[in-house]
Design a protein around this ligand. Structure first.
Ligand SMILES: Nc1nc2c(ncn2[C@@H]2O[C@H](COP(=O)(O)OP(=O)(O)O)[C@@H](O)[C@H]2O)c(=O)[nH]1
Ligand SMILES: [Mg+2]
Length: 561
């Protein structure tokens, strides 16, 4: 998977200005990312982003006129000496105490009030704050107005609390001056644990080789070259590198000048935060991919889901019952009148499933009927087929997503699994199965059956009457003849034959129409079941895919610099 923010990793702003509005927009994008992935990705992966959003918001809300610069380094490298030399604490009326190792001290150039809230947030105790505002200074300190210099505890201190304090402060300050000395400048700990880790903050990093006076002057350039080479290996190519001598004011000129420029630019805080955004974005990069994923699973996977849902919902049993019910009702309406009554005594196949029977006139009654049906519960095979189909939906939907997401998609697809059986049952119960209205042709055929039966009955009656009259010796009825056959006989036999013929002719039509009724019911049920699938399975999946797309766009916005 290509890296959408790969560009950022190598970006080195150097002297480039960071626009505050652009930085705020990037932080907003990180915030949007966090909102989009909330609850979907493991929290542990999001901690740095949450921390950044929180810290950056606070830092920007606090003074932007101050620049917090930390002197960091190993024991004895000369941090405190540099701090004293820059702050000239010996001259300051308040600065009589020498900063002690293990506690962070701050020196503020300019009025303390504006810096106090910043120092409260950074966590430097009031008694460790000094002000570099002295009548003795005249104007020569104004170039550093706005500087807050921190003397950090030694990062190689044997005390764990000191090291933790250094780590904490390095996460908050605007710029770091790494102090190394000629003896320990190549120390592995400095490079592996700190300098290399700080490579994304190259634009707010400055390295000083202190105690340069301890080297023969001719050696200084060679040591600086060697140190530069190590810094390149650390990924700190291009960072300013100076030599200093804390015990000689002349040896402080370069560092002082660098700090004056930093203060004048008012850029360190913004650059530091921009570097933090880079670090966070690079860390989150694996969580989003380069290609925009499709909007959901493909049609054939959705068809598979719908089939499995239909199976679990008992659609085959219901459509079978619809076909039988159609035949049952059609025969009851169109059959030979004497058979109809007997037909009606048999239970209606749909009634057995507690689905709308003949008395429930049409869709209105059906829609209001939301009680549970007696459609058989899904079998173990149907349940596992449904499980597999839901899995397939999640797998297809998550196919293009990076490794962190398929879990969230699967969870979403299964999130409403427990509600599915009831929803399916309600849907089946509320579907108009299309058997509400009696077709006109049933009535026509039924009427005809009555008619021919009536003819047979009349014929029978006529014949019976004729026999009765003859038996009583009364004058016989005058039987009209149709061809060679007397009319009453014709009526009786013709009526019976016609009735049988009509029933025989109707039967295949009923069978065909029953199949059609089944197909229509199947279509309606499948459509309604698909809607349940959409609501209970596909929509939650699409919501996650939408969140992914938002997260991806947000991270891309956050990566822009
Ligand atoms: N010769 C020389 N000694 C220095 C220099 N900077 C610091 N020192 C000495 O190195 C020792 C450790 O200095 P310190 O400022 O306490 O280092 P820290 O542990 O980094 O705060 C002290 O004895 C300082 O006097 C320097 O530039 N030149
Ligand atoms: Mg010290």
């Amino acid at each position: 998977m290509t890296n959408i923010t790969g560009r950022v990793r190598e970006a080195f702003r150097g002297d480039q200005r960071v626009d505050a509005d652009a930085l705020i927009a990037r932080l907003d994008a990180v915030r949007r990312f966090l909102t989009a992935v909330d609850g979907l990705l493991p929290d542990a992966e999001l901690v740095p982003a949450h921390t950044l959003v929180e810290r950056a918001g606070t830092r920007l809300a606090l003074s932007r006129d101050h620049t917090v610069v930390a002197l960091a380094g190993a024991t004895g490298s000369g941090k405190s000496s540099l701090f004293n030399a820059l702050a000239q604490l010996e001259l300051s009326p308040v600065g009589v105490r020498r900063p002690t190792t293990g506690v962070t001290h701050a020196c503020v150039w300019g009025p303390l009030e504006g810096a106090n809230r910043l120092l409260d947030w950074i966590g430097v105790l009031p008694r460790h704050r000094f002000v570099r505002e002295s009548a003795l200074d005249a104007d020569d300190e104004t170039a550093l107005h706005g500087l807050i210099l921190l003397d950090l505890p030694d990062f190689d201190s044997v005390q764990r609390s000191h090291r933790l304090e250094v780590d904490r402060l390095l996460g908050l300050v605007d710029q770091v001056v790494w102090v190394v000395d000629p003896q320990k400048y190549a120390d592995r700990v400095i490079h592996d644990s700190y300098l290399r880790e700080f490579h994304r903050h190259r634009d707010v990093t400055l390295v000083v080789l202190n105690q340069a006076d301890r080297l023969p002057p001719a050696e200084v350039p060679r040591v600086l070259d060697d140190l530069r080479r190590l810094l390149d290996t650390d990924g700190l190519t291009g960072v300013p590198l100076l030599s200093t001598t804390a015990i000689d004011p002349a040896g402080m000129v370069g560092l002082r000048g660098a700090l004056e420029r930093t203060v004048a630019e008012r850029q360190a805080a913004l650059r530091r935060l921009a570097g933090d955004v880079d670090t966070v974005v690079a860390g989150l990069d694996e969580l989003v991919g380069s290609a925009r994923p499709a909007g959901g699973p493909d049609d054939s996977t959705v068809d598979g889901l719908n089939r499995a849902l239909a199976g679990a919902a008992g659609v085959p049993a219901v459509t079978e019952a619809v076909q039988q019910a159609y035949r049952h009702r059609a025969v009851a309406a169109t059959g030979w009148p004497l058979v109809r009554g007997w037909r009606r005594l048999r239970p209606d196949p749909l009634r057995r499933l507690h689905l709308p029977g003949p008395a429930d006139a049409g869709a209105d009654a059906a829609e209001s009927l939301v009680a549970a049906t007696s459609v058989p519960d899904p079998t173990a095979a149907q349940r596992s087929a449904l499980g597999l189909a839901i899995r397939a939906v999640a797998d297809r939907a998550a196919a293009d997503l990076p490794a962190a997401w398929p879990g969230a998609v699967t969870a979403a697809a299964r999130s409403r699994l427990g509600d599915l059986p009831d929803a399916l049952d309600r849907t089946i119960a509320s579907t108009d199965l299309g058997l509400g209205r009696r077709p006109l042709w049933w009535r026509v055929v039924g009427g005809l059956q009555w008619l021919v039966t009536l003819a047979a009955v009349v014929g029978l009656g006529w014949l019976v009457l004729g026999y009765a009259l003859r038996a009583l010796g009364l004058p016989a009825l005058d039987n009209p003849m149709v061809g060679q056959v007397p009319l009453p006989t014709l009526l009786l036999l013709g009526g019976l034959l016609a009735g049988l013929l009509l029933a025989a002719l109707t039967r295949p039509v009923v069978r065909w129409a029953a199949r059609r009724a089944r197909a229509r019911a199947e279509q309606r049920l499948t459509a309604k079941v698909a809607r349940v699938g959409e609501e209970y399975v596909l929509t939650p999946v699409r919501v996650v895919l939408g969140s992914y797309a938002q997260a991806r766009d947000a991270l891309r916005d956050a990566a822009r610099c």
